[in-house]
Write a protein that binds this ligand. Structure first.
Ligand SMILES: Cc1cc2nc3c(=O)[nH]c(=O)nc-3n(C[C@H](O)[C@H](O)[C@H](O)COP(=O)(O)OP(=O)(O)OC[C@H]3O[C@@H](n4cnc5c(N)ncnc54)[C@H](O)[C@@H]3O)c2cc1C
Length: 557
């Protein structure tokens, strides 16, 4: 256990600006959290590394960055006025449009006056004696508050691979998760992209249009469905707007929080002809709803292989060179067991004469030299290297902060064998510290804005209840946490998600324990757990009352 910055009871405390709530992160989670805490009459401050709001959509400015949940659904539902007044221009919103939306929300609800930008939180230390958090930043400032909310994002800690020689490369290196704000002109350049997950699949077709030559370095091929993005159909938009309340409520009855065409029960219950027809229909309609064609696709390997084989067939149809098609066709994991991608002419891009696919499974990268990428058999000279290498998902942003709970216990130490939380919302030993879409919550398995809204609302209601009770603290019990993590594990074990070496498991990060992190039981089951816990007086949490404060202080002093 490591004690980092315990100021409990020190005379310095009075000099630190007090708040009721410190919120870390100004993405969609932090923005909504601020709005609701203000509604409770609490003094809140948001601390944000970036120079403006938007989180994911502030950082991921790479060409082709786009949402894979339809615009009409990937937006806040908490304000009827907001959802009526905002007009999305495309079926799937681009990064720049989502960022404009985030800015609009910040303006509409006057959020910026309580957000401190260009400020990275480096530590958050619980003061046992005062039952409050002291949060320190890289700007040398400290904030104290009884409540602390980590809205730091599931996919916000960009992962740079540890490839020998990367720092010797003489050209430009850009990570998709931290793309420059100014225009990156790649015309006339030899460009390499490492990584073919969601970001790689989005960026490759766009870079191929600009670069003189594009080399795509692929270790693991991924399943991708054409998004079939298009300008917003006004009739479609109106239908949504006329029925928003009802549709949002219906979306929350689905596992992913997304209204897709309803799934049929089983791929194996229908004839191969009928199945093929349905897959063709969904492929033509486009989007990640393809993975929800049949309810058993993510549970039954035989059912899954019918969909996987269909997509492999499409790849072979689209890609002219059969050898290239073979390399692009995923065979090492069930479809949907890694985040399924939605693309714009991804596979077609490999028919271009200025694009080369490099199969790292047969010819791994040995090193990066000043000139470019060196594999076992070739040297690829490059002007620019693009890292589409993803994120230290779900725990990455939290583990970069020195979070210290009771008795000097650090979160890093507590989670060294994998994260454990109660409902993804709190973790024992860290009172009054809430996490939005934390490990153990549905988060990345859903329309994340739905998961965010539900978590943030629960946290705000909890704060209101704690204030009503004059509570000194609320803390998850270890027993509730253990029980919940067992449920998280069992939910995943009943599916094919565990059959892939994915970032859901953390295996993309060297040394990270392989623990399946999100809860895959779906939004309705999760939300009813959360509601039930609150209705039963926060069963599974321990609550200390202010009236007991002198005794608590004495106990902890
Ligand atoms: C490329 C990409 C595409 C995506 N597409 C989809 C999609 O199609 N559908 C979907 O549902 N979800 C998608 N997501 C997930 C997306 O992250 C969520 O939908 C949502 O935007 C998350 O919001 P958030 O506020 O929880 O986190 P974020 O948007 O990640 O915001 C977290 C904020 O916290 C800040 N922060 C972190 N650590 C600190 C610190 N120590 N100090 C101060 N500030 C800190 C970060 O700078 C960031 O601004 C995508 C993610 C990525 C990366």
């Amino acid at each position: 256990m490591q004690q980092i910055d315990n100021l409990g009871g020190s005379p310095d405390r009075g000099a630190i600006e007090p708040f009721d709530v410190v919120i870390v992160g100004a993405g969609f989670a932090g923005m909504y959290m601020l709005h609701l805490t203000r509604g409770l009459g609490l003094a809140a401050v948001v601390l944000e590394t970036a120079s403006d709001v938007g989180g994911t959509w502030f950082w991921n400015r790479y060409p082709g960055a786009r949402c894979d949940v339809e615009s009409m659904q990937y937006s806040y539902s908490f304000s009827e006025e907001l959802q009526q007044e905002w007009h999305w221009t495309e079926r799937y919103a681009s990064q720049s449009e989502i960022l404009r939306y985030a800015n609009h929300v910040a303006d509409k609800f006057d959020l910026r006056r309580d957000i401190v930008f260009d400020t990275k939180v480096v530590s958050a230390v619980f003061q046992d004696t005062e039952s409050e958090w002291i949060v320190s930043t890289d700007q040398g400032k400290r904030y104290r508050a009884k409540w602390c909310v980590m809205a730091t994002g599931c996919l916000s800690a960009a992962q740079t691979p540890a490839i020998t020689g990367l720092d010797t490369f003489s050209g430009n290196i850009h990570h998709t998760g931290n793309w420059p704000h100014e225009q990156v002109d790649l015309s006339g350049q030899k460009v390499g992209v490492i990584g073919t997950g969601s970001s790689g699949i989005q960026v490759v077709p766009e870079l191929a249009k600009q670069a003189e030559h594009l080399y795509v370095f692929q270790r693991t091929p991924n399943f991708s469905i054409p998004a079939r993005n298009q300008p917003m159909d006004s009739q479609y938009e109106n239908l949504w707007k006329e029925n928003y309340a009802e549709r949002r409520a219906k979306a929350r009855t689905t596992s992913s929080g997304i209204l897709y065409d309803p799934a049929s029960p089983s791929a194996l219950a229908v004839s191969p002809e009928e199945r093929q027809k349905e897959y063709e229909r969904r492929w033509a309609a486009g989007g990640t709803g393809f993975a929800s064609t049949y309810s058993d696709l993510i549970k039954n390997e035989e059912a899954n292989s019918t969909a996987a084989e269909f997509v492999r067939g499409k790849i072979r149809e689209v890609v002219a060179d059969p050898k290239v098609a073979d390399i692009l066709a995923p065979v090492d994991h069930p479809i949907g067991s890694k985040r399924i991608c939605a693309d714009a002419m991804y596979f077609e891009t490999f028919n271009r004469s200025n694009v080369t696919l490099v199969d790292l499974r047969t010819d791994p990268i040995q090193t990066i030299s000043p000139e470019g990428v060196v594999t076992g058999t070739d040297v690829y000279e490059l002007d620019t290297l693009v890292l589409a290498t993803g994120f230290d998902a779900m725990t990455g942003a939290l583990s970069k902060i020195d979070i210290v709970g009771r008795q000097g216990l650090t979160l890093r130490e507590k989670w060294k064998d994998g994260p454990n939380t109660f409902l993804g919302l709190m973790t024992s030993g860290f009172p009054n510290l809430f996490i939005v879409t934390g490990p153990g919550s549905p988060s990345v398995m859903t329309n994340v804005i739905v998961a965010i809204e539900d978590n943030v609302k629960w946290i705000a209601d909890c704060l209101a209840d704690m204030i009503g009770l004059s509570a000194e603290y609320i803390e998850a019990t270890s027993a509730a946490e253990e029980n919940w993590m067992n449920q998280v594990r069992e939910a995943a074990e009943g599916t094919l998600y565990t059959k892939a070496r994915s970032w859901y498991l953390g295996v993309n990060i060297p040394g990270k324990p392989a623990v399946f992190m999100p809860y895959v039981g779906g939004i309705p089951a999760y939300q009813s757990f959360c509601d039930e816990v609150a209705a039963k007086g926060y069963e599974g949490f321990q609550i200390g009352l202010e009236a007991d404060r002198p005794a608590i202080r004495q106990l902890r002093a």
